[in-house]
Design a protein. Structure first.
Length: 89
């Protein structure tokens, strides 16, 4: 994944929501790790990053400080809230 890549989730109504959340959690973990490696390798930072990048970096930094099982639970809860919000739209 690259920093600006978008990930969309399309699920069949018969597919369990928790299965989707597990998949999303894995994708988020991979993207966070890839972003962290990319950030460490960059010597010049973007002068005016977009607010969603700032938020993403903040969340990634804070989650890296948590115990792994707590971070995984938090990721699942965040993704669940996002899916619920999208369903309401």
């Amino acid at each position: 994944f690259e920093l600006n890549d978008e990930v969309s989730i399309k699920r069949a109504p018969s597919q369990p929501l928790m299965e989707d959340l597990d998949t999303c959690s894995t994708l988020l973990s991979f993207a966070t790790k890839a972003h962290e490696e990319q950030r460490q390798s960059l010597t010049v930072r973007e002068p005016n990053p977009h607010s969603h990048h700032i938020f993403g970096e903040f969340v990634a930094d804070e989650m890296s400080r948590l115990q792994p099982h707590i971070a995984d639970k938090l990721k699942r809860n965040i993704l669940k809230l996002i899916v619920e919000a999208l369903d309401k739209q």
